[in-house]
Design a protein around this ligand. Structure first.
Ligand SMILES: Nc1ncnc2c1ncn2[C@@H]1O[C@H](COP(=O)(O)OP(=O)(O)OP(=O)(O)O)[C@@H](O)[C@H]1O
Length: 306
């Protein structure tokens, strides 16, 4: 069952000749209990999309439904079910971590114990520290604590692990997975592709306001060719079946949709020709290679005049 449904959603900023379309005709659906990732280049429109779904801004065109309701019209019924972690938290800097969280809990209808939640984000020992003295990563974890203390049915996490050290990132991933396993629907934006690969049930990659790839990680990566890099051999390479060759930065790059076959052909040729291949690096596609190829593929821009 879809818990979030976005159809033909456009988000424009400004008006007239200076109008800027940050999101263009977006269609998206998130299933209940799913962890859905929204990825994309800087300025792709991820935060703008989340803001419309959360009811923080109005779509210029199209419709958005969350839990079967309209985020702005039905705000009173929608809001208590949402947990929102924005890119930048706005907690009063003079309160302690515990006071901030308790204050936040006071706005929720069914909050968990603030001390328990501080424990879940590994901040129990910082409970008495003023927010302004918390490190950047600790403040990020306090923002996460605020987002989850109300036991939300739908949780929005906008770059939740930015600025966290590797151990804190992993602990946060475990917490996010626990929340998902307990049935919370999670929408996450991130620039860390390893984070998306580890966490997301499904994801959409946005570029310049549009979704350009979507599906499970395996589906998104599956359509993408693999690549083999090697030093230019002393003898010219023969044509390889189902492969394209080019020279990049003085290295030979073979792009293929049949990695195993092409690699076998290459190695058999090298052995027969008595060629020693240097610097061989064969890689199946990853989310990173897909991501990096997107800017090359979709380089149009939309300046609009209303
Ligand atoms: N209030 C605003 N007025 C004008 N333009 C805006 C406004 N908010 C966002 N934009 C523009 O809309 C585009 C999309 O911004 P958005 O913050 O949604 O991108 P994003 O994908 O979240 O980016 P990032 O990964 O950098 O956080 C950007 O080009 C941004 O400059």
């Amino acid at each position: 069952m879809s818990i979030i449904e976005v159809a033909g959603m456009t988000r424009r900023y400004g008006s007239g000749k200076s109008a800027f379309e940050a999101v263009s005709g977006l269609d998206l659906s998130v299933q209940e209990g799913e962890l859905f990732g929204l990825l994309g280049t800087n300025g792709a429109g991820k935060t703008s999309t989340l803001e419309v779904i959360q009811g923080l801004s109005t779509p210029s065109e199209g419709t958005v439904s969350i839990m079967g309701m309209e985020p702005i019209r039905d705000r009173r019924d929608v809001r208590p079910n949402l947990g929102i972690m924005l890119q930048k938290g706005g907690l009063p800097s003079d309160l302690t971590a515990l006071e901030s969280l308790e204050m936040w809990a006071g706005t929720c209808s069914n909050p968990l114990s603030a001390m328990d939640v501080l424990g879940r984000v590994d901040l129990a020992d910082r409970a008495g520290t003023r927010v302004k003295f918390l490190s950047g990563g600790e403040q990020r974890r306090l923002d996460l604590a605020c987002a989850i203390i109300g036991q939300p049915r739908v949780l929005f996490l906008d770059e939740p692990t930015t600025g966290l050290d590797p151990e804190s990132r992993r602990n946060t991933w475990t917490l996010i997975e626990e929340l998902r396993n307990s049935g919370v629907t999670i929408m996450l934006t991130t620039h860390y592709l390893d984070e998306a690969e580890r966490l997301c049930d499904r994801l959409a990659i946005m570029h310049k306001g549009r979704v350009v790839r979507s599906g499970t990680v395996a589906e998104v990566v599956g359509d993408h060719p693999a690549s083999i890099h090697l030093e230019l051999p002393s003898v010219p390479l023969p044509e390889l079946l189902s492969a394209r060759m080019s020279i990049e930065d003085g290295k030979l790059v073979v792009v293929t949709s049949e990695l195993q076959d092409t690699l076998t052909e290459l190695l058999v040729w090298a052995q027969r020709a008595g060629v020693r291949i240097q610097g061989l690096d064969a890689r199946a596609a990853s989310l990173e290679t897909v991501f990096l190829s997107i800017a090359d593929e979709f380089d149009d821009r939309r300046e609009i005049a209303a």
